[in-house]
Design a protein around this ligand. Structure first.
Ligand code: URA
Ligand code: SF4
Length: 207
């Protein structure tokens, strides 16, 4: 199967990767999407946050985590005592996957094939940024970084020395902000508090 590999320029820095990703045809997701959504934040950050894929708003704006899930994440980052400019933020899959329901574009979870196709971009980003700690947000990012056997619900919230996409690295897994958004009432409040606590743990691991 096709992957992004042949679109990823060798020895490129993040700015060059970002530019090259506009032309990626590593899987079929590029075609219905508006544009590629690469990353945001500091390319020298100690902390790298990896989400699933851009959403509807991100697809239109070309910037990760600027929609509803992004706002929740931003609040959680601040409540955890981190500054967004200490972070490098990206996604496991760089194009928005959706189905049309009338005029509405409904988010669809990327398939394993999309995650695998997009891995060369993520690997190149991790090798460039060389974060002290990688935070995977949810199952899709966890699958890309840690492999299919990893279970976020079993291992969340602790700093792991793990074998990853790019070799041994420190990783902390937590819930995806979109999953927190879907909950209501007490469940939502508990999940949000857990997300903040996990991000706080990540920050503490750097100091
Ligand atoms: N959800 C993600 O995983 N990434 C984004 O950029 C936005 C929402
Ligand atoms: Fe390339 Fe990833 Fe977009 Fe697929 S989702 S076209 S692999 S950038």
């Amino acid at each position: 199967t096709e992957t992004a590999e042949r679109w990823v320029p060798p020895d490129a820095d993040v700015a060059e990767l970002r530019r090259a990703a506009r032309d990626c045809r590593g899987c079929e997701l590029w075609e219905p999407a508006t544009q590629v959504v690469f990353s945001a934040g500091d390319v020298d950050a100690a902390l790298m946050l990896i989400g699933e894929q851009p959403g509807d708003v991100e697809d239109r704006e070309g910037i990760p985590f600027v929609g509803p899930a992004g706002r929740l994440l931003q609040r959680a980052v601040e409540d955890a005592g981190l500054a967004r400019d200490e972070l490098y933020v990206t996604n496991a899959v760089k194009h928005f996957r959706f189905t049309l329901r009338g005029k509405r574009r409904i988010h669809q979870t990327p398939q394993v094939s999309h995650v695998l196709a997009c891995q060369p971009w993520l690997a190149a980003e991790i090798r460039n940024v060389r974060p002290e700690l990688i935070v995977v947000l949810g199952a899709t990012a966890a699958r890309s970084v840690l492999g299919a056997g990893f279970r976020v619900t079993k291992s969340r919230g602790t700093v792991l020395e793990a074998e990853t996409l790019v070799g041994p690295a420190r990783v902390l897994a937590t819930m995806h902000p979109s999953a927190v958004l879907r909950l209501r009432g007490e469940e939502h409040d508990r999940a949000y508090a857990d997300l903040v606590a996990d991000l706080h743990t990540a920050g503490e691991a750097l100091r």
